[in-house]
Design a binder for this molecule. Structure first.
Ligand SMILES: Nc1ncnc2c1ncn2[C@@H]1O[C@H](COP(=O)(O)OP(=O)(O)O)[C@@H](O)[C@H]1O
Ligand SMILES: [Mg+2]
Length: 250
């Protein structure tokens, strides 16, 4: 469903400092799978997900979403995916319902279909109460839900989700986690990034451990255990990224 081949991204800041954010990364995410890209801050997770969402071009290498190239078939990919990021801003002058209609129409959806989807999503995410309020007064959690709603209104087959629970209170985070499970039940493919080990452990069919732009290991929790001879995901994680992992060390 999603595949990257020697995917690389180098950033060059004006001070000529180069950062190899993604370094010859090969990963595959199968249809209907929940895949967790797990790594410390600065590992390159957001950059990978932005490339896969066609928001940014790789420096070298390739990636495909359902066979479409992220370099040359951006429109086809955008029609298939929903990209959710805690960094996404919401239009402050609009209400969630207006934002939903705007994005639905951008994707050529009929008004009635947008309304049906919105009713379902508002109910599911407990948004009905504020669906017709302008987002400028929203809490972080309400804004996050609005960003999620925006990605879901088009009923995407694939969800690419950067740090799903970042900035959320525990209750909302739990709803989001439950929701990811529900999406899997609906046959969707979910690729998400996280630096929280238990999130990957709880949700993912397969885990890709990324550090300094490189994939250190990939597989089910069982296969990661077997490969490293360690039982606990935390131990596996530190054996692969080293003790500097949390610091992001770059
Ligand atoms: N737009 C950018 N310009 C320069 N460097 C960047 C940019 N975006 C990310 N980086 C750098 O690339 C590396 C990977 O960042 P990122 O993909 O955001 O990691 P993560 O999401 O895993 O925390 C970091 O060293 C970060 O500072
Ligand atoms: Mg990030």
């Amino acid at each position: 469903m999603i595949r990257t081949e020697a995917l690389s991204k180098e950033f060059r800041s004006r001070g000529a400092r180069r950062v190899q954010a993604v370094d010859r990364l090969d990963l595959t995410c199968d249809p209907g799978e929940i895949y967790a890209l797990l790594g410390p801050n600065g590992a390159g997770k957001t950059t990978v997900l932005r490339i896969l969402s066609t928001l940014m071009d790789p420096t070298s290498g390739e990636a495909w979403v359902r066979g479409h190239s992220v370099r040359t078939e951006k429109a086809a990919i955008r029609a298939l995916i929903g990209f959710v990021s805690y960094e996404t801003r919401v239009y402050e002058r609009l209400t969630p319902r207006e934002i939903g209609h705007f994005f639905g129409r951008l994707n050529d959806m009929a008004r009635a279909a947008i309304e049906d989807n919105l009713a379902y999503i508002f109910d599911l995410l407990d948004m009905t109460e504020f669906a017709d309020e302008r987002t400028d007064t929203f809490s972080t959690g309400m804004k996050q839900k609005t960003v999620l709603m925006r990605a879901l209104v088009t009923n995407p087959l694939i969800l690419i989700w950067d740090e799903p629970t970042s900035g959320l209170d525990v209750l909302t985070a739990k709803r989001v986690i439950d929701y990811i499970r529900l999406l899997k039940g609906e046959g969707k493919t979910v690729l998400f990034s996280t630096h929280i080990l238990w999130e990957a452990e709880k949700l993912a069919d397969r885990i890709g451990i990324i550090h300094r732009g490189r994939l250190r290991s990939e597989g089910t929790l069982e296969s990661l255990r077997a490969r490293t001879g360690l039982g606990d995901l935390e131990d596996i994680f530190f054996s692969l990224v080293g003790a500097d992992g949390e610091a992001g060390g770059r």
